[in-house]
Design a protein. Structure first.
Length: 138
């Protein structure tokens, strides 16, 4: 799930910037953020991680911060994370397991985004409920 710079502008407390460096007790560099728990509106609980990086210029007094670029399913295999999240969203949308999701699919489902809420450090809620938030595209 992408994290856009508009999200950083409008919801500055939702996403924490990465620290300058993170190291283990042994001095080795480690991932930029710890996994977070995401509770979905249907009760599904996922461990996810903020990944990637993008620069953001929030103000002249604090000119450069590095923020995550996306949120993905946390797994030991870096190749599996996005696939697991995609499979979950496809099940929610009731489409085939390897179906390429289109704008029409999202319109039919009634949601073209995931609403993410910060609850507490390391805990978020995600809402991908369908029809009740349906909006019409031009």
């Amino acid at each position: 799930m992408p994290v856009l710079t508009d999200h950083l502008d409008y919801y500055p407390l939702l996403f924490q910037p990465y620290p300058a460096t993170r190291t283990t007790n042994g001095g080795k560099k480690t991932r930029m953020s710890d996994p977070v728990t995401v509770i979905w509106d249907d009760g599904t609980i996922m461990t996810m991680t903020f990944q990637g990086s993008q620069r953001h210029y929030p103000s002249k007094s604090n000119p450069l911060m590095v923020y995550p670029k996306q949120l993905s399913y946390a797994d030991a295999s870096p190749k599996k994370g996005g696939a697991e999240l995609g499979a979950y969203l496809r099940r929610r949308m009731n489409v085939a397991p390897f179906h390429v999701i289109t704008v029409k699919d999202l319109d039919d489902y009634g949601r073209d985004h995931v609403l993410l809420r910060y609850v507490s450090p390391g805990l978020y809620q995600a809402d991908f409920s369908g029809k009740r938030f349906r909006k019409m595209r031009p």
